[in-house]
Design a protein around this ligand. Structure first.
Ligand code: UD1
Length: 389
């Protein structure tokens, strides 16, 4: 059997690492019928801090093929990926293409795969936010509509697919593959030191005195924040109100550690907000962090503020109280009302303030949804091998 797996952007890397390991383990056990595997990176994320560092930290082998698509509009990224990936498929003729998550690579490669009449498997199928303004929702809908095998992280996602009339024979509930990566890596993360992570990742324009002060401050409690969704950072009004809340109302209660996405850096500069951010004393601005470094912070933070999907899931398993800066989520299993650690606060500052105050008195409450057990990748591979059309 010949398999091509596809990655494109940061959240894909922690999902593909365990799958590749499962193939290697399978090949070690099955000397006769080995799986031939090729890894394709579309190149949507290309900075070392957004891509290469994750390959190294998670032990992902170098991509066999890099399509080097880079940044651009959605149409540009999807179009370029399709043109280049079609050539890869024509040359290598795999039996299966595996796509993960909901980024532009997921959409572009699933469409191209089916146009070439090749079987497509989607890992992390069935998530639905119901929000068609979210580019990821479009990617999820198209990919799930086309895929032959849909591997879901939870039973709510399975139900979403059944509601859309996907035949049951194509769906398999396998659990959350990202948690396989968390299981393998949490001890390494735990052994890291917060002060060293800060020192190594602080924005260069801060002086040595600032660094000492900042490292002192996080000995106790700190808030951890990430922000990159277009719905939060592409509007000056929304971004400005979030920044004002963080700078004026949160940092006087506890230091805020903010590993900042390149998109957000660009937008803060474009909207004239960058100075305010770098001049707020207790806002600790870091470059995008590696996997272990981010996990260490998540294990230690008093509270998380985020619009990321993957972090909502990690907060659920680690029990970190999480304020999700969105109006909806495709991951309802992570919400407090379903036993998880997150609450939706959108970008309404009054709601954010209220929930922030209520969250500060909460303790960590880890929760393991069904089959988030560190063995999802094996179940994914089993489902692919035993698939019958
Ligand atoms: C993408 C995913 C999103 C995911 C996020 C995680 C889609 C539709 N979106 O959004 O689901 O949560 O990744 O990071 O696929 N940039 C760099 N260096 C890089 C990559 C990007 O500087 O290595 C900058 C560029 O200015 C680029 C901007 O970030 O224009 C946005 O990058 P892009 O890949 O378009 O989308 P993300 O916002 O990262």
């Amino acid at each position: 059997m010949k398999i091509i797996s596809v990655v494109g952007a940061r959240p894909n890397f922690m999902k593909i690492a365990p799958f590749i390991r499962a193939i290697e383990e399978y090949n070690n056990k099955n000397q006769k019928e080995k799986i031939e595997h090729l890894l394709v990176h579309t190149g949507q994320h290309y900075d070392a801090r957004m891509s290469d560092n994750f390959f190294e930290a998670l032990g992902i082998p170098d991509a066999d093929i890099n399509l080097e698509v880079g940044s651009g509009s959605h149409a540009y990224q999807v179009g370029q990926t399709m043109i280049k990936f079609e050539k890869v498929l024509k040359e290598h003729k795999p039996d299966w293409v595996i796509v993960v998550g909901d980024v532009n690579a997921t959409l572009a490669c699933s469409v191209t795969t089916k146009k070439e009449n090749i079987k497509c498997c989607h890992i992390e199928a069935g998530l639905r936010s119901g929000d068609m303004r979210m580019p990821e929702e479009i990617n999820r809908l198209v990919t799930d509509r086309l895929s032959d095998l849909l591997l879901t992280p939870d039973r709510l996602s399975t139900q979403n697919l059944l509601n859309e009339s996907v035949p049951e024979s194509r769906i398999k509930f396998v659990g959350n593959i990202m948690i396989d990566t968390l299981e393998v890596n949490h001890k390494i993360a735990d052994s890291l030191h917060i002060s060293q992570i800060i020192r190594e990742n602080l924005f260069e324009n801060m002086g040595i005195n600032d660094i000492q002060n900042k490292i002192q401050q996080v000995k106790g409690n700190f808030a951890l924040m990430t922000l990159h969704r277009p719905s939060n950072v592409d509007s000056k009004e929304i971004l400005e109100s979030l920044i004002s809340f963080i700078c004026d109302e949160v940092t006087n209660r506890m230091p805020v550690i903010w590993p900042i996405h390149p998109r957000t850096t660009n937008k803060l500069k474009e909207f004239g907000l960058w100075k305010k951010v770098i001049n707020t004393p207790d806002l600790i601005l870091l470059h995008p962090l590696g996997y272990h470094e981010m996990l260490k912070f998540n294990m230690s933070a008093k509270v998380m503020l985020t619009d990321s999907g993957g972090l909502q899931e990690e907060c659920c398993v680690l029990g970190t109280p999480c304020l999700t800066l969105r109006w909806n989520t495709e991951r309802p299993i992570t919400l407090r009302e379903n036993g998880g650690a997150s609450v939706l606060v959108g970008n309404n500052i009054d709601l954010l303030r209220k929930e922030f105050n209520e969250t500060l008195i909460l303790e960590r409450k880890p929760k393991r949804p069904e089959l988030w057990d560190g063995h999802t990748a094996e179940r994914c591979l089993d489902a692919i091998i035993s698939f019958k059309e």
